[in-house]
Design a binder for this molecule. Structure first.
Ligand code: OXD
Ligand code: MN
Length: 575
């Protein structure tokens, strides 16, 4: 069946030859050399076994407007996804893919998402004509032998730029026309025209989230846009937390936090995706299906994430950052001032006032490189989750931290997530958008049914994790962030940890419990400002509740769960 599929794609795409990937180091180095020769990769002088790539300026982020869920029934894609009839889409794809790999090699990548020997691991095959994608997939997924897998989620990817006889390739081939299509019933992914990130590394957003969430719904588990971290207190007690934030809101920094509080420490299981199942003991267990980090580079620094800075010292692919004359990489935030003689992400001499690195520039690195990679990070059973955090990027309104009164109200916190837009997807920066569960662009089916799925998980027998909402991004009247964030966020995690232990007091508000006291030893923060961080402004929040109800009703209609509507009424009544 797999052979047949590969043959049929070969016949359709007409590559010069087929290469079945084995995921070996030799293969990676041979492809990296090829990419160097083609001008896609520049080997970095300053970092061992590391490469620098510049994409085409038109191919820099996920293209949500060209991402489709092609369910048999339009209703099942829901109001938050673009839908196209699967037959129509297949016809369109046949057209686009016909001969699209001419002059290129067709690589077949068999891969696993999840730890070795885990009952939660799933398998995929990505067929691609991009060696850059092969090198990235080698880092981001676990490459396996084809006969190791059982059922495969099939993915076909092409940059959409066939080469004529003798035609010279460009460093970053792509096509202005882009389509990223998911077939949730057939469990297939077809991606055309982009070589960048989540559009092209099909294991990540396409499989682990869009198709993954659909499988999770069918099988009764959760595929979520969440980091997974272990938090240890000064007594050596450890708890695991999963946290959802919209793209580019600091998940990688939080997942690798360097604690500013003595005795508290964080270890990292994952920074982007969590697959979570209830165990026989009634607890929720999480695995990170990915094998590496595809992190946002700008803003990553010794201050914001010293662990990541160490992690990317070698064995890393950098894309769309700036390039120094010494043969190193640079981006905004790495140091106060850009180094002399910098080349920007477009390949031009850097000009003051312009961006040296693209806002969505990335590093791609194996999780084995993470100095605080969790000892249970690859445990086939996953790690037990005691708390789930939902975080948005909101300049006003949302307190620094709130604990939901119960599972249902916690689910409502997830559904109510909204955030100011970042550069991970195309769209106007800073615009507020609803992003339920940080899954808006990643839920592979009707989001109303997804909310219901979350509600249905709660049973008497299960020990449900506690749910919290956080907001690091509240600003004062002057427009400055009130909370210093980064390593200081451990103070909020400490409060959460102690709430789970039952050793910390919570103050009741309309939304849930907020801290009576937060450990601020050694922190320079004005008491008055601190108070503001825990304020639930009734009038403003009442309006937010009304807006939320409007959003939920107009968007999800009948499929917005009754229990969530009731929970929203409870919030409103308490205001
Ligand atoms: C990502 C994203 O790349 O969320 O992780 O966009
Ligand atoms: Mn993400």
């Amino acid at each position: 069946m797999i052979k047949q599929f590969i043959n049929s794609i070969q016949t359709l795409c007409e590559p010069d030859r087929v290469h079945i990937c084995d995921g070996s180091e030799e293969e990676f180095h041979a492809l990296a050399q090829l990419l160097e020769k083609q001008g896609t990769f520049v080997r970095l002088q300053k970092r061992e076994n590391s490469f620098y790539a510049r994409s085409d300026p038109s191919d820099v982020a996920r293209v949500e407007s060209r991402t489709f869920i092609c369910s048999e029934n339009r209703e099942n894609a829901g109001p938050t996804n673009n839908w196209k009839d699967p037959k129509e889409m297949k016809a369109l794809l046949e057209n686009l893919f016909k001969g699209c790999m001419k002059g290129r090699v067709m690589y077949v990548i068999p891969y696993a998402m999840g730890p070795k020997n885990s009952p939660y691991t799933k398998f995929g095959i990505e067929i691609t004509d991009s060696p850059y994608v092969v090198c990235s997939m080698k880092i981001m997924a676990r490459i396996i032998q084809i006969d190791e897998g059982k059922e495969f989620v099939l993915g076909v990817h092409s940059v959409g730029m066939p080469l004529k006889e003798g035609e010279k390739d460009v460093p970053w081939p792509c096509n202005q026309e882009k389509v990223i299509a998911h077939f949730p019933e057939a469990k297939e992914i077809w991606s055309y025209g982009s070589g960048y990130g989540g559009n092209a590394l099909l294991g990540k957003k396409c499989f682990a989230l869009r198709i993954g969430s659909k499988i999770a719904k069918e099988e009764g588990w959760l595929a979520e846009h969440m980091l997974i971290m272990g938090l240890t207190n000064p007594e050596g007690k450890k708890k695991y937390i999963a946290a959802a934030f919209p793209s580019s809101c600091g998940k990688t920094n939080l997942a690798m936090l360097t604690s500013s509080l003595k005795g508290w420490s964080v270890e990292c299981v994952g920074d982007d995706i969590a697959w979570m199942h209830f165990g026989k003991d009634g607890r929720l267990y999480a695995v990170n299906p990915e094998n590496g980090f595809f992190g946002v580079a700008p803003g990553t620094s010794e201050k914001s994430n010293p662990i990541a800075m160490k992690m990317i010292e070698k064995d890393t692919i950098f894309t769309n950052v700036a390039y120094t004359k010494e043969g190193d990489v640079w981006w905004e935030g790495m140091s106060e001032t850009p180094p002399e003689g910098l080349i920007d992400w477009r390949g031009n001499p850097y000009k003051k006032g312009e961006k040296a690195a693209h806002l969505n520039a990335r590093f791609t690195v194996s999780k084995k490189r993470c100095p605080i990679y969790d000892p249970l990070g690859d445990d086939p059973r996953g790690v037990p989750i005691d708390a789930i955090i939902f975080g948005g990027r909101r300049a006003a309104l949302l307190p620094l931290v709130v604990e939901a009164y119960d599972w249902t109200e916690g689910v409502l916190m997830g559904a109510a997530l909204s955030s100011e837009m970042t550069a991970a997807a195309e769209g106007a920066l800073g615009d507020l958008r609803h992003d339920p569960f940080a899954m808006l662009p990643f839920c592979g089916y009707h989001m109303g049914d997804y909310f219901q799925h979350w509600l249905d998980l709660e049973t008497q027998e299960r020990k449900m994790p506690k749910i919290f909402s956080v907001n690091w991004f509240r600003k004062n009247e002057k427009g400055d962030y009130i909370w210093s964030g980064f390593g200081e966020n451990v103070r909020v995690l400490k409060w959460i940890f102690n709430r789970l232990e039952g050793s910390e007091v919570g103050v009741k508000t309309a939304l849930g419990f907020v801290p009576h006291e937060l450990d601020t030893t050694g922190l320079k923060i004005d008491e008055k400002e601190l108070k503001k961080l825990f304020l639930v402004d009734s009038a403003a929040y009442s309006k937010e509740c009304k807006d939320l109800l409007g959003y939920f009703q107009t968007t999800f209609g009948e499929r917005f769960p009754r229990n969530l509507k009731d929970a929203l009424t409870r919030w409103q009544d308490r205001m």
